[in-house]
Design a protein around this ligand. Structure first.
Ligand code: HSE
Length: 307
């Protein structure tokens, strides 16, 4: 029986103004997974890292996604999965989505691509539900499709891949944990009309800017008047990082997903590296350990190779 290796990329959800509806995939980091079909029915999971994540399929995001897929497969089907997480859980760059999306992309390859990409997003959302308590696809869809994706609706699922110009991405991950469920529970349930108008102007501006390749429009649309003011209090140094990155020439950016990672988009790699320097200076000075990435947008999504 063939055995495959999957690279499942980190993702940036929300892209500042598009809470739960826009995300993009990063070239780095990637989770690595090995999968094969098994004679043992169900899902068998083994961890290849030290994060000690649960291996019971129903408590594991990859497992929950595969269990959803198994419901559509003949009884007796089984998958063996080994997972090495290079994307730290709770980092805000789509760690749970990488496991869930990677698992279903891998399983689909083992099944000769029986399912569509939309089906895979549906299955993987069961994994996201285990992680954060709710289904959202703004990490999963870009992890599977690659590039920028707009999720116009999840019920029914309506995913629109977006064209985008070349972009360089800088991410800083301060080494504190923010649980997505906590970062969601503090959000206000009501939005003022004036804020909603500003936000949907920004979302439309971001989509138009991406598809037209208009960097200035992308930059000025990266504004969030609804979620960021509430969540940014969970991230030490956030306002200073944002201001200094803008001074260093970033187009814009903000909280990656539910945080604590912060991302910035830049037009050139040299600016993206300068942005990294500025981020590092802030977290070194305030004394919080951090990890940075300077990368680009992954346009292919999760990738499978034979081993
Ligand atoms: N859209 C989700 C949120 C992404 O912001 O809660 C979580 O990674």
């Amino acid at each position: 029986m063939s055995s495959i290796k999957i690279y499942a990329p980190a993702t940036v959800a929300n892209v500042v103004c598009g809470f739960d509806i826009i995300g993009f995939a990063l070239q780095d980091p990637n989770d690595e997974m090995y999968m094969r079909l098994s004679d043992k029915p169900g899902v068998t999971i083994r961890n290849l890292d030290d994060y000690n994540l649960p291996t019971e399929p129903e408590k594991n995001v990859a497992g929950a996604a595969l269990l959803a897929m198994l419901e559509q497969l003949p009884p007796g089907t089984g998958f063996e999965v080994e997972i090495r997480k290079n994307i730290k859980p709770g980092s805000g760059i789509g760690s749970s989505a990488a496991s869930a999306a990677g698992a279903v992309v891998g399983a689909n390859a083992l099944l000769d691509n029986k399912f569509s990409r939309e089906d895979l997003v549906r299955f993987a959302m069961f994994g996201e539900k285990v992680a954060s308590g709710v289904k959202h696809a703004d990490n999963i869809a870009p992890c599977i499709y690659g590039g920028f994706t707009l999720i116009r609706s999840i019920f029914p699922l309506d995913i629109i891949p977006l064209q985008a110009p070349p972009l360089h991405v800088t991410v800083v991950h301060p080494q504190i944990e923010v649980r997505t469920s906590d970062a969601r529970s503090i959000l206000k349930q009501k939005v003022l009309l004036k804020d909603a108008i500003r936000q949907w102007g920004n979302i439309a501006g971001l989509v138009a800017g991406l598809t037209k390749g208009d960097y200035a429009l992308i930059g000025r649309s990266l504004e969030d008047v609804i979620i960021e003011p509430v969540r940014s209090i969970l991230i030490p140094g956030f306002d200073e990082v944002k201001q200094k990155c803008a001074e260093a020439g970033a187009l814009g950016g903000g909280i990656s997903g539910s945080g604590p990672s912060v991302f910035m988009l830049s037009e050139s790699q040299s600016t993206a590296k300068q942005v990294e320097k500025v981020m590092a200076e802030v977290y070194t000075r305030i004394g919080i350990d951090f990890h940075t990435y300077v990368t680009t947008v992954n346009n292919g999504g999760a990738r499978v190779e034979l081993v």
